[in-house]
Design a protein around this ligand. Structure first.
Ligand code: AVJ
Length: 323
C-alpha cells in the first residue's frame, strides 16, 4: 500500500526505484531523482561554487568561440536546434545570437521533462529576441528520441554540460545511438564533455567546501522522507565523493556512519544498513581523446570540430554521422 499525503501525490516511479535500489545487495539510488525543487536549488549552488569549474569553462567556450561554433553548424536553409534537457539558456542564447548575426534564425526546441524549467527558459530567452522561434517540447528526451525519424528539416541536436557523464559507457553508447538514428546526413550533434585533468581539481569540484554537493546527495534521502514517509536521519549518513584517475570516473553517494535500520512507510519496508555501507548515486565521467574516439565511433559518429576553454578543462564538440 502506498501512502497518500495531503498535498503530494506519491510518485510511483520514484517509489519503485527506491524499493529496487535499497533492496539491492549493492544499494543504489539514481541521480535522476536529485532534481526536485530543493535539488534544483542545490544544483544552482553547486554551479555557483568556486570549485565547480564545468559551467564556467563551457560558458567561456560559448563566449569566446560562439561565432566559430555557429559557423561550424551553419548550412543553407532552415534548421532546428534541439536541446536535450533545457539548461539555464545562457550558453544557448549566445549560440542563437551568433547564428542570428549570420542571418540564420533557427527554430529552437528545448526538450525537458520539467514544465517549470521550460517556462523559465522561455522567460529568459524571448525578451529582446523577436526573431526567435521558440518551440518547447515537454517530454522525456529518451522517449522522444525513440520516436524521432530522420529526415525533413535539418537538425542539430545539443547536449551540454557534460550531462553525458552521468551515463555508464554502455548507457552513453545506447543514448548516442538513439541520437545518431534520429539524424540524417548533414545533421549535427553538439556535445559538451568534461575532460580529464589534475585529479585534485576534479575531487574539489565534487566535494565543495561549502557542502552543497554533500547536501545535494543527502537531499535524495530527505526526498524519500518527504515523499515516501522515510525515516532517514541525515546525520547518520555522510557524503562519499571518489575520483578514479585511471578510468576518469567520479562516483558519488552516501555512506551509513553506523549500523542501522531505516523504515520507509510508503514501501512498508525496513532497510538494513551495516556500518560503512554505501548507497551509490551518481557517476560523472571525465573524458580524454581516446575515450571520446571510442564513444563516437561505437555510436556511428566522427568528431568534426572541437573547442576547448583556456585551461583545457572542458570541450564542446561538433559530431557528424560517420557514413
Ligand atoms: C549535471 C551531470 C553535469 O556530474 O558534474 C554536479 C551533476 N553532481 N555535482 C556533474 C553534479 C554533483 C553534474 N552534471
Amino acid at each position: 500500500m502506498l501512502m497518500k499525503t495531503a498535498n503530494q501525490a506519491i510518485d510511483h516511479t520514484f517509489a519503485k526505484h527506491v524499493l529496487k535500489g535499497l533492496s539491492s545487495p549493492e544499494k543504489f539510488l539514481s541521480y535522476r531523482y536529485f532534481y526536485d525543487a530543493r535539488g534544483d536549488r542545490l544544483f544552482q549552488s553547486i554551479m555557483a561554487s568556486p570549485e565547480y569549474y564545468l559551467t564556467d569553462c563551457e560558458l567561456e567556450i560559448f563566449e569566446n568561440r560562439g561565432d566559430e561554433l555557429a559557423q561550424a553548424l551553419m548550412t543553407e536553409g532552415p534548421c532546428e536546434l534541439i536541446e536535450l534537457g533545457s539548461g539555464d539558456g545562457l550558453k544557448t542564447s549566445l549560440l542563437l545570437d551568433a547564428l542570428h548575426e549570420h542571418h540564420q534564425d533557427w527554430v529552437y526546441r528545448p526538450v525537458d521533462i520539467s514544465d517549470n524549467s521550460l517556462d523559465l527558459l522561455q522567460q529568459r530567452l524571448i525578451p529582446g529576441r523577436p526573431w526567435l522561434d521558440f518551440q518547447a517540447i515537454h517530454a522525456d528526451y529518451m522517449e522522444l528520441l525513440r520516436e524521432f525519424q530522420p529526415g525533413g528539416i535539418r537538425r542539430v541536436f545539443m547536449f551540454l554540460g557534460s550531462n553525458l557523464g552521468n551515463f555508464t559507457s554502455r548507457q552513453a553508447i545506447t543514448f548516442l545511438r538513439l541520437i545518431r538514428c534520429a539524424m540524417a546526413p548533414g545533421d549535427a550533434f553538439l556535445v559538451g564533455l568534461d575532460l580529464k585533468k589534475d585529479p585534485d581539481v576534479i575531487r574539489a569540484a565534487y566535494n565543495d567546501a561549502a557542502g552543497h554537493t554533500r547536501d545535494f546527495n543527502l537531499n535524495l534521502l530527505a526526498r524519500i522522507n518527504r515523499e515516501l514517509g522515510g525515516e532517514f536521519e541525515l546525520e547518520l549518513f555522510e557524503h562519499v565523493p571518489d575520483y578514479d584517475e585511471d578510468s576518469g570516473t567520479a562516483r558519488s553517494g552516501v555512506r551509513s556512519r553506523v549500523e542501522q535500520n531505516v523504515r520507509v512507510a510508503a514501501l512498508n519496508r525496513v532497510f538494513h544498513f551495516s556500518r560503512g555501507e554505501n548507497i551509490h548515486m551518481e557517476i560523472s565521467q571525465k573524458y580524454d581523446e581516446a575515450l571520446i574516439g571510442d564513444l563516437s565511433s561505437a555510436s556511428g559518429f566522427v568528431v568534426e570540430k572541437s573547442f576547448v576553454d583556456s585551461r583545457n578543462y572542458f570541450t564542446d564538440q561538433v559530431w557528424v554521422c560517420a557514413d
